[in-house]
Design a binder for this molecule. Structure first.
Ligand code: SAM
Length: 231
């Protein structure tokens, strides 16, 4: 059965881009079942209010717990088993390829997109009663909302679902899969504007090519991301 992802957001149209490219095809082929919900569906006032001022003072607005509670209840009521709730947050654990792999094994993710100064903290406690909860950061910077983070996660997770990416071997050769950055890639022509493809790649010597690629991976990882080598 399809891998299911429910997204709760006040900007459902952000996710229209899921129609295009590989993920659109994955949805059409029934591999990925993404359902986007407007949080305002679960408001009951004329203005469809989702935010209010923070207790204790401070700048900005906080997302009210009531619409979130109803949204999570509705999704859980429609689910076969307790889902994993993912809340994008700059205060969360870092989202990595390992997280993507973990999420790709979960049959049902619910991604709750915050806006303003974030969601009332009690929503996370409540969600923990309905399923597992993960607060996940895309990186050490602040976005305006969880939507772009959710899209990045859906794309990283979606392409790991069997059948979404045509050639599964292409997944294995990538940056971060082997703990090293990917080697440089070239295609035709062999000479372009005075730049030549490294000789070795034209040699047909597969052993030498593999060794060269490995060296390149180590060299660029050392230069760009020494943290990956524990240096
Ligand atoms: N006041 C919050 C803080 O400092 O932790 C920032 C809130 S941010 C302006 C609004 C929403 O954007 C967050 O609730 C979260 O959903 C999303 N967001 C912002 N930065 C993010 C990041 N680095 N990773 C994931 N989500 C992020």
């Amino acid at each position: 059965s399809a891998h299911r992802i429910d997204v709760v957001t006040i900007f459902p149209s952000f996710f229209d881009v899921l129609e295009v490219s590989l993920l659109g095809k994955a949805r059409d082929r029934g591999l990925l079942d993404v359902r986007v919900h407007d949080l305002r569906e679960w408001t009951h006032d004329r203005h469809r209010t989702v935010d209010d001022t923070p207790y204790g003072g401070g700048a900005g607005m906080v997302m009210k717990p009531e619409p979130w509670g109803e949204a999570l209840d509705a999704i859980v009521a429609d689910a076969a088993a307790p889902p994993v709730f993912v809340f994008p947050s700059p205060a969360g654990e870092m989202f990595t390829q390992a997280t993507a792999r973990e999420f790709a094994h979960e049959p049902h993710l619910v991604i709750g997109c915050g806006r303003y100064e974030g969601i009332d903290e009690r929503v996370f406690e409540y969600a923990a009663r309905l399923g597992r909860v993960r607060l996940v950061s895309l990186g050490d910077y602040v976005l305006n909302g969880g939507e772009v983070a959710a899209m990045a996660m859906i794309e990283a997770v979606g392409r790991l679902i069997p059948g979404v990416v045509g050639n599964p071997e292409s997944l294995l050769e990538e940056s971060h899969e082997g703990g090293l950055l990917e080697y440089p890639s070239y295609t035709k022509p062999a000479s372009w504007r005075g730049y030549d493809v490294p000789e070795i790649l034209l040699s047909g010597n597969h052993g030498a090519i593999a060794a060269w690629r490995r060296e390149q991976q180590i060299a660029r990882t050392r230069e760009r991301r020494p943290d990956l080598l524990g240096e």
